[in-house]
Design a protein around this ligand. Sequence first.
Ligand SMILES: Cc1cc2nc3c(=O)[nH]c(=O)nc-3n(C[C@H](O)[C@H](O)[C@H](O)COP(=O)(O)O)c2cc1C
Length: 284
Amino acid sequence: MFSRLELKVPLIIASGPGGFGEYAKLDDFPWEYVGAYTLKTVTYNQKCGNLPPRMYARDGYMINRIGLENPGIEEFLSTLKNGEYDHLFEKTKLILSLGGDDYQEYIEVTKKAKPYLGRFAAVEYNFSCPNVSKGGLSIVTDMIEWQSLLLEIRKELPDTFLIAKLGIEGGFIENFAEKVAQAGWDGVTVINTIRGLMFNDDREMLLGGLSGPNLLPITARAVYEVRKKLPDIYIVASGGVYREEDAEQLLKVGADAVSIGSAIFQDEQVIFRIGKHVLEYLKK
Ligand SMILES: Cc1cc2nc3c(=O)[nH]c(=O)nc-3n(C[C@H](O)[C@H](O)[C@H](O)COP(=O)(O)O)c2cc1C
C-alpha cells in the first residue's frame, strides 16, 4: 500500500542545488510555490568533496563533480538541534537526503537520523550519485545486497515516507523501482545526474554528473516506464525541468511531483513560473 506526500504544490527543490537552505536568505524567494525543499545529501562521515574544477555548463548541459560535500550526520544533527533549520521548517516542508559509502553506513546514518525524522516530510536516500568513488551509484550494483538494504531501512523506519533516488545507469530504472516498491517504500525520485565527461574552457576534463535541460526526455521516459510498471508508487521527476511545459509533460506521463534542480542557478523565479503553471494545469 503506497502513501502520498501531501504538498501544497507538487514542486520540490532537488537535493544539491538548494544546498542546506541558503535560498531562505533571499527576500523574494517564491516560497508559496515550494511544496518541499530537499536538503543536500548528508552522509555518515563528513565529505570535503572533490578538488576544483567542480562545475561547468555549456549547450544545455551542466556537469558537476562536487562529490557530496557535506558536514556528516553528527554535525548536521547538532546544527538541526541548535535551531539552524527552524526558519526553513516555517517556510515549507523539508525532505532529508541521506547517503553513505557502503551498506553499513546507510544503516548507521539511518539510525543516527531516526530520532529527528518526525520533523521531516520524507527521507530521500541517494542511491545514484555518480560523483563519489564509494557509495552513491555503486550501491545498486549488487542487487541482492541493495534489496536487503532497502528492507532493513524500511524495518528501521516503519512510519517514515521513504523515497529512493534512482539513476538510469546499471539497469532498467523500472526494475530498480520495482525492488523499491517490493521493500515497502513509498516512492522514487527519477532520475539523478548521469555520468558524463566535458572539457571546460581551460581544456580541463571534468568527469561528473550531467544535469540540465537536455536531461528532460530521459527523465520523461524514466517516469513513463516506472509508472507503467508501478501504477501506485509516488514518483518525483528530477532532471531537466527548466520551463513550465517541462513540468506539465512530466506530470502527464505519470509524475506526482516535479523537482527543480540546476534551473534554480539561472534564476530562482523559475519556481514561481513553474509552480504557478503546475497549479493551473492540475486545476484543469
Ligand atoms: C551542483 C549539484 C549538486 C547536486 N548534489 C546532489 C546531492 O547532494 N544529492 C542528490 O541526491 N542529488 C544531487 N544533485 C542532483 C540533483 O538533485 C538533480 O537530481 C539533478 O541535477 C538533475 O536535475 P536538474 O536537471 O533539474 O538539475 C546535484 C546536482 C547539482 C547540479
